[in-house]
Design a binder for this molecule. Sequence first.
Ligand SMILES: [Zn+2]
Length: 139
Amino acid sequence: MSQKLVVPIELLKELEDAAKKTFPIECCGFLFGKENDGEILVKKVVHAKNRLESTTRFDIDPREIYNAVSMADKEGLELVGFYHSHPEFAAYPSGYDIEAMKLWPKEVWLIISLQKYETKFRAFIYDKLEPKEVPVEAK
Ligand SMILES: [Zn+2]
């Protein structure tokens, strides 16, 4: 099934702002919404703390994941993905990202790249042992 990630423009702006605010540290967080017939619609973005405070990696405290998912569940939203920034690299999953993607194979990984002062969004899903690109559509 072909998939696409649909993100409201104001949420894309919010993600870009988050990436710029934490620069040169990677920002990270959750994408909540609904998936319908391969269309993954993001309705809410929840920011998380990058506990590695790294410029090339991120990690979220499992308790923070639990809390965010519980909160969204009460609002009838599902965890559809994660986002994080690549302050100085292209918007493609790193080896470290791919290892983490294996643990969340159904979720979309949205990467915000700020490389060369140009904001780019690309999304991937772990599929058949490698990242498969999912088109991002601004709504
Ligand atoms: Zn990454």
